[in-house]
Design a protein around this ligand. Structure first.
Ligand code: APR
Length: 193
């Protein structure tokens, strides 16, 4: 496989990390992650697509959750989706120059992973959280998202695979390059001084 393809499917610890192009609502994973807002009452983008695909029962359930702070996540059933569960993660609205962006974005990914493991899930699909309506530049978000996931799955978990489902070729290219950079840095760090 070419280095590029290598960077789209790598094994970290006991878990495969994959980057694919596609529509997250079609993913056959134990859970898909929704790029939600703090009300958890739906919206556009990924949120709108997931609510449309899951059906009205999803909103009935999320309505009972009373919202979710930025950087945290909540889990519901998946209803008409192939996925058994939806993990609703609230990423930050990008504030240029704010040091909080990175910490809140990493926290949204980590909270989602923690919920998945708490439920013993074996597979999880992420969208590129906060890089749409919330304005987080792809080039800044991708390294944060990938490093957070890589750090989490380096230790044994229930997860057999974690997949990033990118909605367009540009996002896939940016995430692929970011993952290659992480891999190169890890290889360099592991070489004898
Ligand atoms: N599958 C995978 N990725 C998708 C899909 C889809 N069906 N639809 C959109 N995306 C991509 C976008 O291209 C973007 O890269 O998901 C990323 C996140 O975009 P948004 O859905 O706009 O999410 P976000 O930037 O986190 O903003 C959240 O938008 O939809 C509202 O209710 C939501 O208020 C919240 C805000």
């Amino acid at each position: 496989m070419s280095d590029l393809e290598d960077a789209r499917r790598i094994r970290i610890g006991q878990t495969w990390l994959e980057l694919v192009l596609g529509d997250i609502t079609q993913q056959d994973a134990d859970a898909i992650v929704n790029a939600a807002n703090s009300s958890l009452l739906g919206g556009g983008g990924v949120d709108g697509a997931i609510h449309r695909a899951a059906g009205p029962q999803l909103l009935e359930e999320t309505r009972k959750l009373g919202g979710c702070p930025t950087g945290e996540a909540r889990i519901t059933r998946g209803y008409n989706l192939k996925a058994r569960y939806v993990i609703h993660a609230v990423g930050p609205v990008y504030q240029p120059g704010s040091p909080r962006n990175q910490a809140l974005l990493a926290s949204a990914y980590r909270s989602s992973l923690e919920l998945a493991v708490q439920y013993g899930l074996r597979s999880l699909a992420f969208p590129s959280i906060s890089t749409g309506a919330y304005g987080y530049p792809l080039e800044e978000a991708a390294p944060v998202a990938l490093q957070t996931v890589c750090d989490f799955i380096a230790a044994p978990t229930s997860l057999e695979w974690v997949r990033f489902v990118l909605f367009n070729a540009l996002a896939l290219a940016v995430y692929t390059q970011a993952l290659q950079m992480i891999l190169r840095r890890q290889r360099a760090d592991s070489e004898p001084a």
